[in-house]
Design a protein around this ligand. Sequence first.
Ligand SMILES: Cc1cc2nc3c(=O)[nH]c(=O)nc-3n(C[C@H](O)[C@H](O)[C@H](O)COP(=O)(O)O)c2cc1C
Length: 248
Amino acid sequence: MKSVKDTLLERRSTRRYERQEISQSNLNLIYAAIRNTPTSYNGQQFSVIDVSDQETKIKLYELTNQKQIKTCNRFLLFCADYNKISTIANAKHIEMPQFQHTVDGVMVGIIDASLAMMSAVVAAESCALGTCCIGYARTAAPTEIAKLLELPQGVFAVCGLAIGVPREVNDLKPKQPKELVIHRNKYRSDDMSNDLLKYDQRIIEYNASRSGATSKNDWASHIINYYREAMNYEMLKALQLQGFDLKK
Ligand SMILES: Cc1cc2nc3c(=O)[nH]c(=O)nc-3n(C[C@H](O)[C@H](O)[C@H](O)COP(=O)(O)O)c2cc1C
């Protein structure tokens, strides 16, 4: 098993996998890490759909165009979940407040599901498995994916995670320097442009020289183009269809 330091600092997304099963003991560790995730109020407002069925993975690939989903050994879909608490509220005749109709209710579900995904990433990476988070599992076809995986009302997909035995080791991507990430006691008030431009240049150089497919992409316009694409997502409608009728 890798050290915590190597697990965290050597992690990079892996998008190509061997056709090898993940061992049951590794899967058990991943499940245990997911279950022990810290969650808001200990409410555990999340569930995970573990997709091992190849036909379902292929359908998910067709909906998202993310090849990793069909080639990974396990595809885990992390969902925000208010179905379980509603079910027990019903069984115990407790009146259920409509928390899922509030922005904070949605945030709580997203935070819990995201932390659970990170638990899975760390557990899997510590076993020398490769992982790739897949946001397109939320954005590409939310209604069709909810239908395919039979997500009930009160449950929506937050993010997918592909896991498998790695067939590639990508270069580590340079991240923002700590001066841009860690603010001391309060948010930085000086002009960050120079630090940001330096980081942008670092990414241009990385993209031009990395192993595998190189590109001329910079950081800022590349990310901003993603935002432009994301402006077209119909997330509010997708949330409403899953029973999250945002009111405040
Ligand atoms: C919430 C989230 C969603 C992501 N969605 C995708 C995705 O749909 N497809 C993909 O190939 N990578 C996806 N990624 C991986 C990022 O592209 C990757 O983490 C980022 O480029 C940094 O590279 P690194 O993970 O190798 O450090 C996602 C990552 C996160 C955290």
